[in-house]
Design a binder for this molecule. Structure first.
Ligand code: FRU
Length: 508
């Protein structure tokens, strides 16, 4: 049976009508981000299908427009010339076929490639009893037709749980194409061979195709024996500075939400020989980054700012769901590899066009119990760049108070004695509390450089030359806008402090 274009169009139309009805009310809320991408209404998670097509950037995302909670997924769509200002486009893919869950599950995460001047999307369809891989194509980059060959990959390799076979990321390699998907090992129940139980070990499948329609299983790129996670969601496998990087979002690894592994790809066997493991970002609210290379050859990643309510720190709550929306997308980050195999990520330079109202504060010493107040834009939407001379500092810890007021504050602390960065949102507001900590390499170096992006409800932090990053939501009162630098147990030498306001992408 072929693709039902009329039903697909009707489903897309239904979303557009809903956006028209709810959009304006939702845009007014003070917690809406000023310069991070968000869906116009409803729930969003993973960004995917990131690509530059005919010179313009395309961003697709997991989308449930009809409520502030996850539900039957669609592919939201936006387009940009600069990765910062996004034009909302009609939903690209809506569930309309039995293989993509038109009355359930929906259309899950995937990827995009350009082939013979068409934009091709690969996605997971959630059929009733399994997850399958599908293809859609478009000549204009806006209107998509699902392939009559769907599903193009309907069975996971033997032994894999068919409910956990998803997130195809496809790339060209030589004369053919590779696809990675995340899977969970399934143990067949011998008494009931058609049933599968999960054994708790995640894997990344590697498939190969000569023509994009016929896919052959090559091997498991990696297999967890407990150390990599129980389900390896949203795998990305790409070359970077002479090595290969596998980036994915594991289930079952507690606070490690987004892992990268770097090493070498053995093309003969289809195995990945990795040597370095790291966290792409240490924050509570960073998940499912996707990699793409733009026409300039830059390696860029963008991720979902949000977390799943099943994650322990969410306590089963969705932070803004009651308001009819949830989720955002990080700033685009350019990634490169350090000589020791660690990943470095820096905000793409396009971000700088948003800067306004620059302020520069001269070098100064900050004493214990005498915090230094400063300004960055309106205190809620801004950028902070600070360098501390650690050879001249005696403090055990240097910190920033962000989003401060009489009864709220968010602390970003650099504990030089313990060698840790700590993001403390216990007093940020009454949702999503708790502290996050990670290693701080700069603690034993001569200088500490920190770059912070503040938006209405998110904070992105870069330090250790981009080797350590953290992204968190902060649901503070819009009036909580005070900023200061403080120290604990000793003084700190602040060598330079530069700040900017950051313009809203909606006001231009
Ligand atoms: C990751 C994920 C993917 C899945 C999608 C569903 O956040 O669970 O594995 O395709 O979200 O919305």
């Amino acid at each position: 049976m072929g693709f039902d274009a009329a039903r697909h169009q009707e489903r897309i139309q239904r979303v557009e009508e809903h956006i028209t009805k709810e959009g304006e009310r939702i845009q007014q809320h003070p917690w809406r981000e000023h310069y991070h991408f968000q869906a116009p209404v409803g729930w969003m998670n993973d960004p995917h299908g990131l690509i530059q097509f005919n010179g313009r950037f395309h961003l697709f995302y997991q989308y449930h427009p009809f409520s502030g909670k996850w539900g039957t997924m669609h592919w939201g769509h936006a387009m940009s010339d600069d990765l910062i200002h996004w034009e909302h486009l009609p939903v690209a893919l809506a569930p309309s076929e039995p293989y993509d869950g038109w009355d359930g599950g929906g259309i899950f995460t995937g990827s995009a490639i350009v082939h013979e001047r068409e934009l091709l999307l690969f996605y997971t369809g959630c059929a009733e009893d399994r997850q399958v891989q599908c293809l859609a194509r478009s000549k204009d980059g806006v209107n998509f037709v699902k392939s009559d060959h769907n599903p193009i990959l309907s069975e996971p390799p033997k032994g894999i749980n068919p409910h956990d076979f998803r997130d195809p990321k496809v790339w060209k390699h030589g004369k053919g194409w590779y696809m990675v998907t995340g899977v969970t090992d399934g143990v067949s129940n011998l008494l009931e061979p058609s049933s599968h139980e999960r054994n708790g070990f995640g894997k990344v499948c590697l498939h190969h195709s000569p023509d994009l329609y016929n896919w052959e299983f090559v091997n498991y790129l990696v297999e967890s024996r407990g150390e990599l996670g129980s389900m390896l969601e949203c795998p990305n496998f790409f070359q970077l500075d002479g090595k290969w990087v596998l980036m994915y979002s594991p289930m079952g690894l507690q606070n490690r939400q987004v892992i990268y592994l770097t090493g070498d790809f053995d093309e003969l066997t289809g195995k990945f020989h990795w040597t370095t493991m790291g966290a792409v970002d240490w924050g509570f609210d960073y998940y499912a980054p996707q990699h793409f290379q733009d026409e300039q050859g830059r390696n860029l990643i963008m991720a979902w700012i949000g977390s799943w309510p099943f994650m322990p720190w969410c306590r089963g709550q969705y932070d803004t769901s009651k308001l009819g929306w949830y989720g955002g997308i990080t700033l685009p980050r350019q990634v490169s590899l350090c000589s020791d195999g660690k990943l470095r990520s820096q905000p793409a330079s396009e971000v700088e066009q948003l800067r306004e109202n620059p302020r520069r504060y001269g070098a100064r010493t900050i004493e214990d119990n005498a915090p230094f107040d400063f300004e960055a834009g309106d205190g809620v939407h801004g950028e902070i760049l600070a360098t501390f001379d650690l050879t001249e500092s005696t403090a055990e810890a240097i910190g920033f108070v962000l989003r401060g007021s009489e009864d709220q504050q968010t602390l970003l602390e650099f504990d030089l004695r313990l060698g840790e960065m700590i993001f403390d949102r216990t007093n940020s507001g009454n949702i999503s509390a708790h502290q996050r900590r990670c290693l701080l390499e700069s603690a034993s170096q001569s200088q500490l450089f920190v770059r912070i992006f503040l938006d209405s409800i998110s904070v992105e932090v870069f330090t250790d030359g981009g080797r350590t990053t953290m992204t968190n939501n902060v649901f503070s009162d819009p009036a909580s806008s005070n900023l200061s630098v403080y120290t604990r147990k000793g003084r700190a030498s602040l060598r330079s402090l530069q700040t900017y306001g950051l313009r809203s992408i909606h006001s231009e």
